[in-house]
Design a protein around this ligand. Structure first.
Ligand code: GAF
Length: 378
């Protein structure tokens, strides 16, 4: 990662007023539950977006990044027309304006080491870094707890991706050494201690390197199916179907595919609650079977996995992982495996062997520990 301050100096020939960082995330458990008003349990990665920024003497915003050759400039009259990666930046400016804030004109230089297209929220990290920078630069009165919804609006309304609130919440509200237990209806959070090293454990992240896309039909189709099911069942959201009432609820749905979608969401919410209970009691290994059950549910009921992630999960489990699952929106992206800390190399080798046997592009792996959420850097 090039230093964002150096990138700022090179692009704008002046010093930035500060640097703001926001991380990517992985979700420990609770997939496609956020837009059903349910529960999620992500933690922040060490990989992050850094925005070096300063107020601009001219009106409008200019933003450059280490992942695009040209800077992008827009003013408040052109704000709706920005395309590509800079749309996430313009979307944040737009959402702040739309919420009635006077957004300071700014110059922003962005660097990132969050892998793009890996399902670890590089776009939410970008939104969150820019939002945190603009709020501080402008002295805007926007409490931390209200920021994720604003960044989510940038993504939903401006960029046009119908995502839930998990990723922006994770990037903004996560804390080091903890997983973020978020109730996506009330937006209440509990910071759950998640000290892997003290338990002799590690989370191995396996990037399947299979292409991953959100702004496509599949994510939206899952979301519509869930919303339609809630309408038929007469509940505000699938969060309101309790596991004990699931069988009866399923009898009210004619469509077999819709029944499976509902079963995933209702059982997944319960797995999040069970995971939180185990972690509160300090039983980290015991969350393994819940992770693996979550994967099976995503594969068989929600149908959002691909062969690359299924093979990674199988190989990690065969190599002794306590549990393994795909994380994120699906159709590619990363797998998390809960392993003994000294098994990272052996597990990686087992997954690489399985990938070679299947003729898949080699995976990329690293061990993750929960890092801090969005912040101004010293
Ligand atoms: C993506 C979305 F952005 C999140 O809101 C969430 O729905 C996730 O997929 C699936 O759990 O990351």
């Amino acid at each position: 990662m090039t230093d964002a301050s150096a990138a700022f100096v090179a692009a704008f020939a002046g010093e930035p007023a500060g640097r703001w960082a926001a991380p990517g995330r992985v979700n420990l458990i609770g997939e496609h539950t956020d837009y059903n008003d349910g529960f999620v349990l992500p933690f922040a990665l060490g990989q992050r977006v850094v925005a070096a920024a300063a107020r601009s003497p001219e009106p409008g915003w200019t933003v450059c990044s280490d992942f695009a050759p040209e800077p992008v400039t827009f003013t408040s009259t052109e704000i709706g027309a920005v395309q590509g990666w800079a749309a996430y930046v313009a979307g944040v400016v737009w959402a702040l304006h739309d919420a009635g804030f006077e957004v300071p004109p700014a110059r922003i230089a962005i660097t990132s080491d969050v892998p793009v297209g890996a399902g670890v929220s590089s776009s939410a990290a970008l939104e969150s870094a820019v939002l945190t920078a603009l709020v501080d630069l402008g002295g805007l009165d926007l409490p931390v707890a209200a920021r994720p919804a604003l960044a989510q609006r940038a993504e939903n309304v401006y960029v046009g991706a119908p995502t839930g609130i998990m990723d922006q919440s994770a990037s903004i509200r996560c804390e080091q050494g903890r997983a973020l237990f978020l109730d996506c209806r009330t937006l209440e959070v509990e910071q759950i201690p998640f000290d892997l090293a003290a338990a002799g454990l590690a989370i191995l992240i396996i990037n399947s390197n299979a292409p991953h896309q959100h702004v496509d039909g599949e994510y939206g189709a899952r979301r519509r199916s869930c919303e339609e099911a809630a309408r038929i069942l007469g509940v505000p959201a699938l969060r309101d179907v309790h596991p004990g009432e699931l069988d009866e609820a399923l009898t009210k749905l004619d469509d077999e595919v819709m029944r499976r979608r509902v079963r995933h969401v209702v059982t997944e919410d319960q797995r999040v609650l069970d995971t939180v209970e185990q972690l509160r009691a300090g039983r980290i290994r015991e969350i393994g079977p819940l992770m693996t059950a979550s994967h099976a549910s995503m594969r068989d009921d929600f149908e959002i996995t691909v062969p690359e992630v299924d093979v990674a999960v199988r190989a990690a489990l065969a190599a002794g992982a306590y549990g393994a699952r795909m994380t994120g929106g699906g159709f590619g992206g990363c797998v998390l495996a809960l392993i003994d800390a000294d098994r990272a190399e052996a597990t990686t080798a087992a997954v690489e062997r399985a990938y070679a046997e299947h003729g898949f592009t080699a995976p990329t792996t690293w061990s993750a520990t929960p890092g801090p959420g969005a912040t101004r850097l010293p």
